[in-house]
Design a protein around this ligand. Sequence first.
Ligand SMILES: Cc1ncc(C[n+]2csc(CCOP(=O)(O)OP(=O)(O)O)c2C)c(N)n1
Length: 686
Amino acid sequence: MAIRDSKAGDSKTGNITRNFSIEELQDAANLMRGYNLVALCAAGSGHAGGTLSIMDITAALYLRAADHDPKNPAWADRDRIIWSAGHKAPALYMGLGIAGFCDIQDPVTLRKLGSPFQGHPHWLKLPGIEVSSGSLGQGLSIAVGMALAARIDGKRHKIFCLMGDGEQQEGQVWEAAMEAGHFPLDNIVAVVDCNRLQIDGWVKDVMQVEPLDAKYSSFGWEVLRIDGNDMCQVVDAFEKARAVKGKPVVILADTIKGKGVSFMENQAGWHGKTPNREELDAALEELGLAARIPVAQLLENAQNFQTEASRKLEAKMPRFSRDYWWNSGETMKAKMEPTRKGFGQSLAQCGDDERVVCLGLDISGSITISEFYAGKPERAKRWISVGIAEQSATAAAAGMAREGKLPVLGSYATFSAARNLDQIRVSICYANLNVLIAGAHAGVSVGADGATHQALEDLFAMQGLPNMSVVVPCDAEETRKATSYLVLEHQGPKYIRFAREATPIVTDGRTPFVFGRANVIRLRVEAAAFADAFETKLAEDYANESEDLSIVAIGPMVPEAMRAAWILKQEFGYETRVLNMHTLKPIDTEAVIRAARETGVVVTAEEHQIGALAWRVSSILTESPELYGLPVITGAIGVKDRFGESGAPWELVKELEVSAEHIALKAAALIALKKKCIAEEHLTLA
Ligand SMILES: Cc1ncc(C[n+]2csc(CCOP(=O)(O)OP(=O)(O)O)c2C)c(N)n1
């Protein structure tokens, strides 16, 4: 077999610094698997299965197939490597480490706040990363763009693009495949990691993508099908691909998900799972690396990085006379549960209605839509697995709704309420059809996954669409009630947004939930249980108590607003009216007007870019005749026009300045202003 010399070398002289033999590449891949698992163990979240399946390809690509120079990452003539399957980021980091773009030990800070090793790759964080990815199915289109740019500039470098086989379900992949075949772009080499598994199970069961050979061939591609865990075949395929002229090349690499670690191999459950310390030790033993990798030292490095990140974060937090953080004291203990649980509980119940159909987008267990069919085989025909195809699923849901069904679809909010925006707009909203879209794992709650997965903008689009109703429940119980109401009773397009992380339970079966009507929540007395310290009433049933301010909050910011009310009472003696505005659209205008008139200070709190709630409330304040001539002091808490980043969800609440402490600090300043205005007779309250 003819094997080309490695070009990992010096971009100035063209000298090759090392030629890697097959044995050396095999050894490198093995070592990379080990360091990969240490990083995943230290992170506590991430993707073991798909990083292990692609590691032989990664080693061959970074050490042998691609022309690049780690000392000169921006070398204009380097080959480009696009990690379209962004969740396999740790494998990419291993490739960069083994090639010398960074130290292979550095990715042990994976997914930690402030680390360049984000949950999904971000090219602005680390030299050597070519593009930012994480939303599946976009990489091949970027490759087309880079390949066309190279052609325009007369450049001869290659564009490598790594994808998963489940990822092939995204329609955009086939738009790009058509374009690459049409132009034809023989500078593209795509690799599909065909490990036959995705999140919900076997690719063939979720949504069959094979025969990929025939599909790519028919789009004008040269197809090479290999065993992607056989280093000789991998190296040979990259050689052959480089020689192909006149058409793009795809390497369909049959691999084993979890390759190298017996208890991870071919297990769907290891897709998005990381090894604990015992599992890590067992895995390293199996890989023959127990003595070669300094595990304890690496884990200590990760811990030290975390300690420093936490120290910096705490230094930025507003300070009060005591610590009011969740469950930090002896009183006000909160019970925590993820809001997504309520979604599944509701679907388990309301799925009895034969009109209800649920569409699966390959993330069914964690968003709890799987509760619809769990243990209920009679509902099987009403569970439609569409795979990773948010756009088509959205329009399919419209088709079902047009036929009288009550469709529910959900994914990460970034994918179920952004990727498919035009389908929602035209096929669902313009047609005014009865579809419930679930924006799961919204806000900062996906934490370590990083910015690509944190929906912080979804509410702008959803509430901006005519006919769309938008509900953002505050806890798991309210999510259950809201889901049942929206699925069975509410007519028209509807969006429900909920979170992944456990957040405080602040409502119960008796708490009112009326669509479109806010609840008023008042702190009565510090109690053993956080929820018991508050009284909740439907806003229209609430009698004015002339509080010092109002906080209008949505979703997980409702418990934060309640905690802010506690801080404000304890620290300053202030009384707070918290408005739980669970229905963002149609918003309870009356409750906002009353809050403004009766308290004079209105602070909005949203775990979203500032504006989805704040600007809606502002428009009520400026447009309501009842408030003409009445100065109202306002403030907004939310994300300040920036992307999130990897970190633990509660760290991000602090980093993005959406904690109760931030609300309380702002509120106290506004109340001081109000008092000054009253003293100077600029402000009179109703
Ligand atoms: C557009 C989009 N939808 C959903 C997801 C969530 N997601 C991350 S990985 C994954 C499964 C990917 O399967 P596959 O491409 O086969 O990768 P592998 O099994 O090799 O990890 C999904 C659905 C995403 N990242 N992007």
